[in-house]
Design a protein around this ligand. Structure first.
Ligand code: KG4
Ligand code: ZN
Length: 346
């Protein structure tokens, strides 16, 4: 067939997702994309509980797959292969997805393709904007933060990244410190809109060092100190205090990401003769302040900028199905012995 239709499954963190993507040589279409979030299950615990996540994935995956096929108005006989996130992530969740995919593959005889979750994020700009290889990717999520040169669906090189927390983790921890719900990013962003970023001058770690490595763990400690100082001064936090803390924190994260992106572009442009494109992906790329600053950097440097729509920045299965399409075309196939990998660097 000249067109390829792949069913994708994702369950590596706290979203259970299934999607159907169809690609021809020129275009890709998301025929269906279903995401069941689990945040209400984990809300009381202040973070994702791996055991609860794994059980919820196992319970929801079948429904999710059926829903995706129904929404796409297709049956398994219209599908060419099953793509599934095989890592990195919480192992129980990844296993739930891999077992579900193996079950479908075994029953239908369809080929199975294990997809690296990070490759799914990193290839999303090709799904949404059809951009050409190579490009520079800033991948920023709850668990990851790295600059990658993306040359192909299985050809990535890392220019640098965080040496401690990922920015999403810093957003989540800051939210927890300020009594905002998890995952923290959207709540902190909402508060920050009402806040005055200049009131707190939080550190911009590693900006004094060359290269594009980053550090975010000191930032949440700085937020903690500022919060505690306010609490002991006034016996509590006002709404405005909280908004200002969020704004100051978000400003610091976005400044670091912008400056390090400038440096990553310098390194990348020294290596690549083609007109470069800067693409961002991962949950933190849903943040509007961060997107705006990165877009400004690309404008200053004269490179193209691509940021997928918000719903395709956070975890979803369309990106896994799409990565599956590229891997399938490149000849990748996995057997029923496909392993779930908690760690799997690109
Ligand atoms: O890519 P993702 O859905 O899951 C993985 O980590 O793979 O990213 C989730 C992370 C969470 O830490 C969440 O707080 C963060 O992305 N996030 C945001 C925003 N939306 C989600 N961070 C900042 N601003 C947002 N609007
Ligand atoms: Zn992710």
């Amino acid at each position: 067939r000249s067109s390829l239709t792949i069913l994708g499954l994702e369950s590596s963190c706290d979203d259970t997702a299934a999607a159907v993507v169809r690609s021809t040589d020129e275009t890709s279409d998301i025929l269906a994309s279903v995401v069941y979030g689990q945040s209400d299950l984990h809300a009381a615990f202040g973070g994702v509980v791996p055991e609860i996540a794994a059980r919820a994935h196992a319970e929801k995956l079948d429904t999710c797959v059926k829903q995706a096929l129904t929404n796409a108005n297709l049956t398994l006989s219209d599908i060419d292969a099953i793509a599934v996130t095989a890592g990195p992530g919480l192992i129980g969740g990844v296993l739930s997805g891999v077992m579900c995919a193996k079950g479908i593959a075994a029953a239908s005889g369809l080929p199975l393709i294990g997809v690296n979750h990070l490759a799914g994020h990193a290839l999303t700009p090709r799904l949404t904007d059809n951009i050409a290889y190579p490009y520079l990717m800033l991948l920023v999520s709850g668990g990851h933060c790295q600059f990658l040169i993306v040359r192909g669906c299985d050809d990535f090189s890392r220019l640098g990244g965080t040496i401690d927390d990922a920015p999403g983790e810093a957003f989540d921890k800051t939210a927890r410190l300020l009594g905002l719900p998890q995952p923290g990013g959207p709540g902190v962003e909402r508060e920050a809109e009402k806040g005055e970023a200049a009131r707190f001058r939080f550190p911009r770690p590693l900006l004094d060092r060359p290269g594009c490595d980053m550090s975010f763990s000191g930032l949440k400690t700085a937020v903690l100190r500022a919060r505690d100082a306010l609490i002991s001064e006034k016996n509590g936090l006002s709404r405005q205090d909280r908004a200002d803390l969020c704004a100051g924190f978000q400003e610091a994260v976005s400044d670091v990401l912008a400056e390090k992106t400038r440096r990553a572009l310098d390194i990348y442009m020294a290596e690549t003769p083609e007109t470069p494109t800067l693409a961002v992906a991962g949950g933190v790329a849903a943040n509007r302040t961060i997107r705006t600053k990165l877009e400004a950097v690309s404008y200053e440097t004269g490179v193209g900028f691509v940021a997928p729509p918000l719903s395709l920045c956070t975890d979803n299965a369309a990106m896994i199905a799409y990565a599956g399409i590229e891997l399938y075309r490149a000849g990748h196939r996995d057997g029923l012995d496909l392993a779930a990998r908690p760690r799997w660097p690109l």
